[in-house]
Design a binder for this molecule. Sequence first.
Ligand code: CA
Length: 226
Amino acid sequence: MRILLIEDEVKLSAFIKRGLVAERYAVDVAKDGRSGLELAETYQYDLIILDLMLPGMDGSEVLRRVRKQNSSVPVLILSARDSLQDKVSNLEIGADDYLTKPFAFAELLVRIKALMRRGPVNRASTIRVSDLELDRLSQQVKRAGHRIDLTSKEYALLEYLMSNAGRVLSRNMIIEHVWDQSFDGITNIVDVYIRHLRNKVDTGREPKLLRTVRGVGYTIREGAEA
Ligand code: CA
């Protein structure tokens, strides 16, 4: 596992590197934004640890450029900036986690391991299936360019189906992802919501995208009938 650490405080980066190497990670260090970005564009890293206040190019700009290339590498921001605004805006432009300085090395390590376990994520902001389009940033859904209004549960269900387009999802999988774990209500809740979605997404339109796979569950796809 190879980690890129972009951090201009020499003592701090040496401390982090020492700790990570002891955990058997390979670590490259960049002392400014530009050389960090260059390394990120040149090598395949499993994770980037990114400071925000950096000489040359600040961390947010580095992050923006890394994401522009559609890179799915996990990015953990490590910064003294602790305002909610800083956290939210960096998470919005594609950071996966945010840890504020000062920090305990043990916590950094736990978060790194969690990100690595999760692996690369499909972070395209727009998902399409046929002429159906879902924008994760604005949470808007359109079919053939016409906006479709969904409740938040309907949206969550559609997002789950569309991010797994072509894959059959069982009712249990859907309940686990869209409802929370404490949900123990009626199991036909999924069927009820699929019906609502069908009415909004498929009724009066071709091709039909939401499909029932008898005895198994549901899927969304264009193409031949299941
Ligand atoms: Ca700094």
